[in-house]
Design a protein around this ligand. Structure first.
Ligand SMILES: Cc1cc2nc3c(=O)[nH]c(=O)nc-3n(C[C@H](O)[C@H](O)[C@H](O)COP(=O)(O)OP(=O)(O)OC[C@H]3O[C@@H](n4cnc5c(N)ncnc54)[C@H](O)[C@@H]3O)c2cc1C
Length: 177
């Protein structure tokens, strides 16, 4: 498994990430979710890193970071450390970054392109509003059509994006239809 990092440096604009062919083809779940982040005007200014650190409980980029097990790289005068998404989002608008740390990289693992599908669904009052709630999932099937790897997460329904591990465990190994 590899990870895209170069397009997801902290200052990368959301619009540039959404326009990236690499993101579209290798991180299609992120591309789909990004199209729901605010408006063209806000995506032209808003950054991937800013959204992650902002940690709004309804924000799409943190949801996808949680779904895909992204890794956050934090830098301070003490050096660099990596933080798994599951340890990064602490609560609403709160992360485990220390006050003197900067997010310098976000690594989103790339799943195998064969036999992998994804779904993203958002409920909001108007198009482009923050989600009232959203759900994201990605699944890889094995050669027999059974669920080999599955990730399911929701946002807007809890202080931080939440992995539905009980759903993942219940569906592991099951037939896709
Ligand atoms: C009208 C409107 C609609 C929006 N709709 C949505 C939506 O539907 N979905 C959604 O997810 N978001 C939405 N947003 C939020 C938007 O997408 C931005 O992510 C958000 O406003 C943060 O802006 P920014 O990325 O410029 O970060 P900033 O405002 O620059 O930073 C946000 C916070 O993170 C800190 N920070 C930023 N970068 C770093 C870093 N590298 N290291 C450490 N700390 C850092 C800053 O100090 C600040 O505290 C909306 C915003 C607006 C204004």
């Amino acid at each position: 498994m590899t990870a895209i990092t170069s397009l997801l440096e902290p200052g990368t604009r959301q619009a540039d990430t959404l326009a990236s062919e690499t993101v579209k083809t290798r991180l299609p779940l992120l591309a789909d979710a990004l199209s729901h982040v605010g408006h063209t005007q806000t995506r032209n200014r808003g950054t991937v890193g800013g959204s992650l650190v902002n940690a709004d409980p309804s924000a799409e980029i943190p949801l996808i970071a949680q779904t895909l097990d992204a890794t956050i790289v934090a830098q301070s005068v003490r050096g660099q450390r990596t933080i798994e998404a599951s340890d990064f989002f602490e609560s609403a608008m709160a992360t485990t970054l220390a006050p003197d740390e900067c997010l310098v990289e976000a690594r989103f693992p790339i799943w195998p392109s064969e036999n992998t599908g994804f779904g993203f669904h958002e409920v909001s009052i108007r198009d482009s509003d923050f989600a009232l709630a959203a759900a994201a999932t990605q699944m890889t099937l094995d050669g027999n059509g059974n669920c080999q790897k599955l990730s399911v997460a929701i946002c807007g329904a809890s202080p931080a994006p939440l992995r539905l591990t009980s759903v993942e465990q219940a569906l592991a190994g099951s037939e896709s239809q």
